[in-house]
Each structure stands twice: as structure tokens, then as C-alpha cells.
Ligand binder design. Structure first.
Ligand SMILES: [Zn+2]
Length: 540
């Protein structure tokens, strides 16, 4: 109530300013007075065309481009049919863009690129390369490390999740490793969560990996290095966030078995042993309820026991499911049963929404499917697909929650990634001297040799991953064990989603590869525009 009054006053204030400017020359003739009449009736029309979103939700699947996205969609039999890819029951249409995501690269005084973390003290500047649709398709490996060499040397590498998270959530480019600080580590960036909370909304971060990992860290923390997990977690827990959820539990392994931590280092993902003791102690930490049992995540999702603020650390040392071992055989993409003692991302997301929805003013929520990237690094397609299905289930749950508890008239939803990982391409894109390049045996040696090596392999053609039917792995090859500069998809639904159009450029070649499956025309935006759109949606 207070908020809407404030908005109305702000809006009237800006209209009044506009009126003053446009009518000043005619004020003496009396036209200024007349023009007040229609303008006084305009606020609702202005609100309808852009308007303020009460809630902003961004779901980030970490490390997945168009080919990887299609791979999981084909496995699910849902390419172009996922909940966020189709018109909603109220007629709301999603928009789809590609997204570029380059970071800054540090250079020394002579302009040499600093490739080692230990050289950072030598940095005298930072250079951005960006994604260039006119040169990207000239050479197959143009999006890999050391890519885009238009002249004698390349400044470009791929982004990491820290720089990408900073761009998405604070709208500023920075060097890899930085969390919401500029390349020099001096300037602090204000994040979308801080902006949301300053406006009276609540905010939260949910991840299927450690709660202090780069992407959830980028919601609120500021640090020169993403690797300072304990500092990052403590900054998050000392912030005004109302929800912090993820893995990284020091008392369990990656399969959910209890362990005794052997050193303080084991506690780093949750801020250290003192922070854990405070969180789990009687008094609690900073007003947060603490949960770690699967049943408690479930009751949060069911809405049966919803505290004002919550920290939820699932009982896994790292990711929810991607690192599990020694569990029975089961009918899953990887053939191994899931760890039954941790919640899935959908359950965590619903719990977070129920907590944040206490705030009548609205909220900002970031949800990360964090381990897709890890399985891309590992070139493990079955578990990569498992992780992306878990992410898709979370998006489904969030959309169902919005349609039951809010609406697309007051909520902006963005579904995207932060970068590509693994260089995933269709089978036959390149062949090696053995006549192929798909390592299905999971042997680390053959995984590495299956990757693309321009010195010995033959590039044939750019091929999208091939649909082999629901429940079957698609036709695919992993070109890399690391991130690439390839465009990633971005879907947006609801209030303010139309604002992406003003930032779009076009990559027609990319649309030829992936356009038909998703009805995509090749338009793409830069990752910083995600922040701009979210900020505009919150503040208008
Ligand atoms: Zn990664």
C-alpha cells in the first residue's frame, strides 16, 4: 500500500517534470494548463506499456548454450515445449534471445594478457573483446580459449561464473574471478538484490551447488576472488537477504553420507566452523532460521512452516546430485539412483518463494542450477542432462507458483545461462584420426582425446545436436573441457520482458543452427542488459 502510493507520487513527479519542460514555451498562452488534463489520466497507460514489476525472478542454468539446452530438451521430448518456451494459459508469450557473456581480460603495462591468477598484481588495465557474429563463424574454435584472433594476438578468453554473475546481477563487466568488484578490485558494484531491498522488497539466492559459489555470491557479495568462500558466505549471511540456500554442508559428503570434518577448511563454504555453530545454535545467526534436513525443505515448499528468513544448507558437501557415488542402479539418465537425502532444486525454489512472499512489496530471487556447468567440464552428458532436467523442473515449479500466487502482470521471469561449457556440438561436427570423436565409454583418456584439437582433427561442419528421441542421448560431441564464448539462450516472461528488444543485435548464422527448434530469429543481447531490464522492471 505504502509502496504503491510512493510509486504513484514518483510517477506524478516525473509527469509533472515532463509537463513543465514541454509546456514551458507555451505557458503564457494557457496551453500548458490544457495539457495537464490528458496527462493526469496517463499514469495507468504508462504503467501498462512498461510499468513496475512487483517480483523479479531469474533462473540461471550455469554453463549451458543452445546445443546443451537442446540436448536436455530432446532427452525430455520437450524441445520448444518447456513451460517457459510456450504461451502461458493467460496468453502471455515468452520472448527468446541469444545472450553474449564475455568478461574483461587483464593486461600488463605492455598490453600482454595476464593468464595466471598470480599475475593479477601486475594488472594495469582490462580489455573486453565481446561476441562478434561476423567473425565468430570464420573458424570452428573461435569461441574457445584464446579465441577471436582478428589481428596478431588475442585478448579474449571466456568468462567465468564470477564475472558473468557480476554482469547479470550488477550490470558491469569485470575480470574473471571478481564478485561485484571492478577489474582492479577497487570499485564496488551495486547488485540488483541491493536495489530490490532498497525499494522495500525482499531478496534471496538459491543454488544447487554451494551457497557461496560464484553465481549465488554475485547476488549480494563483493570480493576480489570467488575462491574466498568463507568471506563470501559471511557477507551473504550478514546481508539483508531473507533466503540463502545451497549445498556445501561440511558434515556430509557429496553422496549424503555423514563425515567428520578434518580441518577448518571443510567449513569454508558455510563461512567457517564458528558461523556454522552460530547458525545451528539456539540464538541463530542474524535472525535466520537454519534448516538442512530434506523434510524441512519440503515443509517450506508446502508452506506448512515458513519462517521470516531462512538459511538452508542441503546435506551434501558440494552439489545436490552431480557428485553422488556408490548409489544403486536406477532408471535415471546416468543409470544411478539419486541421493534420497537432499531436496531437489524445485523444492528449494518453492520454499524460497514462500519465504520471500511474506513481503507485500515484492521480491527479487535468483535460482541457479549450478552443476550443469560441472558436468560440462567433466564432459559427462548423462549427468549434464540430469542436472538440466532438475533445472527445468525448478522453472516449472516457479512458473506454477507465479500463476497460482502472482501473475505475469506483476512478475518478470528470466530463464538463461551465464556461459557455455564443454563446447557441445552435434555428432560429426569434427572427426579425429580414429574416424570419430564421441567418447561414450566415460574413460578420462578418451574423453580428452575426443575433444577438438585443431592440429590433428578435421572440422566438417557446424552441426546442432541431433534428436535421437525422448529418453535417448542426443547426437553430441564435447569440443572442450572448459567454458566457451558461444551464445546461450535467454527466455523472458511477464512484466518488462519486452524491454530486451531495445538491446538486441542479430546473429543469423546462429539462428540457422538453433532457430527452428525454438522459433528463434537470431537476435541476441549482452549479459549486462539482463541487469538493466531487471533494474528497469523494479524501478521503472
Ligand atoms: Zn565452469
Amino acid at each position: 500500500m505504502i509502496r504503491s502510493l510512493k510509486s504513484a507520487l514518483l510517477l506524478l513527479g516525473s509527469v509533472a517534470t515532463l509537463t513543465a519542460c514541454t509546456t514551458a514555451p507555451d505557458a503564457a498562452s494557457g496551453a500548458g494548463t490544457a495539457s495537464l488534463e490528458p496527462i493526469a489520466g496517463q499514469p495507468s497507460a504508462v504503467t501498462a506499456s512498461t510499468g513496475t514489476a512487483k517480483n523479479v525472478i531469474i533462473l540461471i542454468s550455469d554453463g549451458i548454450g543452445f546445443n546443451g539446452w537442446l540436448a536436455a530438451d530432446y532427452y525430455q521430448g520437450l524441445a520448444g515445449k518447456q513451460s517457459y518456451q510456450v504461451a502461458r494459459p493467460d496468453g502471455t508469450q515468452p520472448v527468446l534471445y541469444g545472450m553474449a557473456h564475455s568478461s574483461l581480460n587483464l593486461i600488463d603495462a605492455d598490453g600482454n594478457v595476464l593468464r595466471s591468477a598470480s599475475d593479477v598484481a601486475l594488472a594495469k588495465g582490462a580489455v573486453e573483446q565481446g561476441y562478434d557474429p561476423t567473425t565468430r563463424w570464420n573458424r570452428f574454435d573461435n569461441t574457445f580459449a584464446g579465441d577471436f584472433a582478428p589481428v596478431s594476438m588475442s585478448y579474449t578468453s571466456y568468462t567465468d561464473s564470477a564475472a558473468a554473475g557480476t554482469a547479470l546481477l550488477a550490470g558491469r563487466k569485470t575480470a574473471n574471478g571478481r564478485i561485484n568488484l571492478d577489474w582492479s578490485g577497487q570499485q564496488r558494484f551495486r547488485t540488483i538484490a541491493e536495489i530490490a531491498m532498497d525499494s522495500g522488497r525482499s531478496a534471496g539466492a538459491v543454488a544447487s551447488v554451494m551457497a557461496s559459489h560464484a553465481t549465488p555470491a554475485a547476488v549480494i557479495a563483493h570480493n576480489v576472488s570467488r575462491n574466498n568462500y568463507a568471506e563470501i558466505f559471511n557477507e551473504m549471511a550478514a546481508s539483508e537477504l531473507d533466503v540463502i540456500m545451497g549445498g556445501g554442508h561440511p558434515l556430509f559428503d557429496a553422496s549424503g553420507n555423514p563425515v567428520n570434518p578434518e580441518s577448518e577448511r571443510a567449513y569454508r563454504y558455510v563461512g567457517g566452523s564458528e558461523t556454522l555453530a552460530a547458525m545451528t545454535g539456539q540464538a541463530g545467526l542474524n535472525g535466520f532460521a537454519f534448516i538442512d534436513a530434506k523434510a524441512d525443505f519440503q515443509s517450506l515448499a508446502d508452506g506448512t512452516n515458513v519462517p521470516e528468513r531462512v538459511i538452508g544448507i542441503a546435506r551434501t558437501s558440494s552439489t545436490l546430485q552431480a557428485g553422488r557415488e556408490n548409489l544403486p542402479a536406477a532408471d535415471t539418465p546416468s543409470g544411478m539412483a539419486f541421493n534420497p537425502d537432499v531436496p531437489d532444486l524445485a523444492t528449494m525454489s518453492l520454499g524460497a518463494l514462500n519465504v520471500l512472499n511474506h513481503d507485500q512489496d515484492g521480491f527479487f530471487l535468483m535460482i541457479e542450477g549450478g552443476a550443469v556447468d560441472w558436468m560440462g567440464h567433466a564432459n559427462n552428458m548423462p549427468r549434464y542432462i540430469e542436472e538440466q532436467i532438475d533445472f527445468n523442473n525448478a522453472v516449472d515449479a516457479v512458473i506454477a507458483w507465479v500463476e497460482a500466487n502472482s501473475s505475469w502482470e506483476e512478475t518478470l521471469l528470466i530463464v538463461t545461462s551465464d556461459h557455455e561449457c564443454g563446447g557441445i556440438w552435434g555428432e560429426g561436427t569434427w572427426t579425429n584420426s580414429e574416424g570419430g570423436a564421441v567418447a561414450a565409454d566415460r574413460d578420462p583418456q578418451s574423453l580428452v582425446s575426443a575433444r577438438y584439437d585443431p592440429a590433428v582433427d578435421t572440422f566438417n561442419a557446424y552441426l546442432a545436436v541431433q534428436d535421437r528421441g525422448q529418453g535417448n542421448l542426443p547426437g553430441f560431441q564435447f569440443a572442450s573441457g572448459n567454458h566457451t564464448n558461444e551464445l546461450v539462450p535467454l527466455w523472458a516472461l511477464g512484466k518488462g520482458s519486452n524491454m530486451f528488444a531495445q538491446f538486441a543485435r542479430s546473429d543469423r548464422r546462429a539462428a540457422q543452427l538453433w532457430g527452428a527448434q525454438y522459433g528463434w530469429d537470431g537476435r541476441f543481447v549482452d549479459n549486462t542488459s539482463v541487469f538493466t531490464v531487471m533494474e528497469s522492471a523494479l524501478n521503472d
